[in-house]
Design a protein around this ligand. Structure first.
Ligand code: SAH
Length: 469
């Protein structure tokens, strides 16, 4: 291939062309005759020069607007197998835009230039994207033995060749590479200790050396994460990162569906019924014991009526020896009561408690006693699991207990589907609280005797519990 041509329009682009030459020492600088003095090769007509270079198969690095290059070359575009690399570089070096020549390594050129200019190349159409993997920059622990062969190898892949894989590399197995047993091309993974590859590195065979200590997790991991009530903006960056890097997600289908946009191709979903929490916890621990990176997904906060306690319960009760080495982490999320409170102001602004009205895991007597004590102590109260299809009477009973201690005017917040489609939040006096107001996707906040409603302007009210008595 001819040495690349750096084509500039004016003297101002000399410094940037020198920087590009630092990455590509063989490149020649072309400058417009009457505008540029300090140039090796001058030209009179930009369009003609660029078209000649293009037809001669010379890689073109234009320090100019992408549009100028596109319009200049447009009449010649007919065969993408033959076009040389064409890139546009912003005059101040802030952008490196590969335009043409994907099969001739334009993206590699863009990367090389972008590296010296210290910017990210604007790569849009590459094997990297098509195959969801970067053969040229493998993950930590893997080194490509024959990078010089990769250009042709990738061009063959893009042209439709299939590839057979020798050795283990999850990042390749989980990519969209066209892996086939009878592949024309070969990728071989060899261990660092293994001195010779079985295949010879070539343009048809990429060889990666793997340092096993850097690759295989030495420990299984189990993260119990809370995704918040629903909306992605209420999910912590830590939880996002864990969901994206996990090999397995375990959880109730609805919660996994909410997180689905974050799921990478390498991540397997394991759905379960919402009621079998202990089975789910045991399953996740067993997966992590096989050195996998597992995320158990709860909505809201995982420590509030959710999976974290279930995991520790199973861990304590069953204490399997293979669970001992698992690295367990709990990642908090915004709980429904916090999201509900934020929608209306600060109803939990002073002492408060949370009570689940579900009597599946504890008897109603205990719940009733707890509601009474909380009402008597003048806590603001968050009711979780207020009603379900099977449980319809508990909320009425709870209301009756509350009314023994609280005024019928006490503000009550009913928040349904927080952060999800169909979110509704209503405020009404305790006396008007009715079963129909709630379902299993509703959290209810009951004010204390001090909780107040303030009018900010007509039609806009807030609920808050003062911090001073
Ligand atoms: N770990 C969750 C609670 C799970 S218990 C959390 O911290 O939020 C399930 C109960 O939580 C539901 O019955 C409902 O009362 C409440 N809840 C969970 N998500 C909700 C949402 N998006 N909107 C309103 N209430 C919700």
């Amino acid at each position: 291939m001819n040495p690349p041509a750096i084509v500039i329009l004016g003297e101002a682009s000399i410094p940037i062309s020198r920087q590009i030459q630092a990455a590509l020492p063989e490149a020649l600088v072309y400058g417009l005759a009457d505008r540029v003095q300090s140039i090796v090769i001058t030209y009179d007509n930009f369009g003609e020069t660029v078209r000649e270079l293009f037809q001669a198969g010379t890689p073109i690095i234009g320090v100019c607007a992408a549009g100028i290059l596109i319009r200049t070359i447009a009449p010649l575009l007919s065969n993408k197998w033959q076009e040389p690399p064409v890139l546009a570089i912003a005059e101040d070096g802030s952008a490196v835009v590969p335009l043409l020549g994907g099969l001739q390594g334009v993206n590699d050129l863009a990367r090389q230039i972008a590296a010296v200019l210290q910017v990210a190349p604007a790569i849009t159409t590459t094997g990297d994207i098509r195959f969801r993997t970067t053969l040229l920059s493998p993950p930590p622990g893997y080194t490509l033995v024959n990078p010089d062969d990769a250009k042709t190898f990738i061009a063959d892949l893009l042209a439709g060749a299939t590839v057979k894989l020798f050795g283990e590399a999850p990042w390749l197995e989980n990519s969209r590479l066209p892996i086939a047993e009878a592949g024309k091309l070969t990728i071989e993974i060899i261990h660092k200790s293994q001195s010779q590859p079985t295949s010879t590195p070539s343009q048809d065979c990429l060889v990666y050396e793997v340092d096993i200590d850097c690759v295989e997790p030495t420990q299984g991991k189990l993260a119990i994460v809370g995704t918040g009530p629903g909306s992605a903006v209420w999910m912590s960056p830590e939880v996002k990162q864990i969901l994206e890097s996990a090999t397995d997600w375990v959880g109730y289908k609805t919660y996994l569906d909410l997180a689905e946009p974050l799921r990478k191709t390498h991540t397997t979903r394991h759905e379960s019924d919402n009621r079998v929490e202990l089975d789910r916890a045991r399953f996740a621990l067993d997966l992590a014991a096989q050195k996998r990176t597992v995320a158990i997904v709860s909505s809201g906060d995982p420590g509030i009526y959710a999976m974290a306690a279930a995991v520790f319960e199973v861990l304590e009760r069953e204490a399997k020896p293979e669970w001992q080495e698992i690295e367990i982490q709990v990642c908090p999320g915004i709980s429904a009561m916090q999201a509900a409170a934020a929608q209306v102001g600060a109803p939990l602004g002073h002492d408060f408690c949370a009570i689940s009205l579900s009597d599946i895991l504890k008897p109603w007597d205990v719940i009733a006693q707890r509601i009474k004590a909380a009402a008597q102590a003048d806590f603001a109260i968050a009711f979780y699991n207020p009603v379900s299809k099977q449980r319809t009477w508990q909320l009425e009973k709870a209301k009756a207990i509350l009314l023994e201690w609280r005024s019928p005017e006490t503000p009550v917040v009913l928040a349904r589907n927080l952060g999800r489609p169909g979110q509704t939040v209503t405020v009404k006096p305790l006396a008007q609280l009715a079963i129909e107001d709630a379902d299993m996707r509703t959290v209810i906040l009951i004010g204390s005797s001090k909780t107040r409603i303030v009018q900010q302007r007509p039609g806009k009210q807030w609920v808050y519990t003062p911090r001073h008595y």
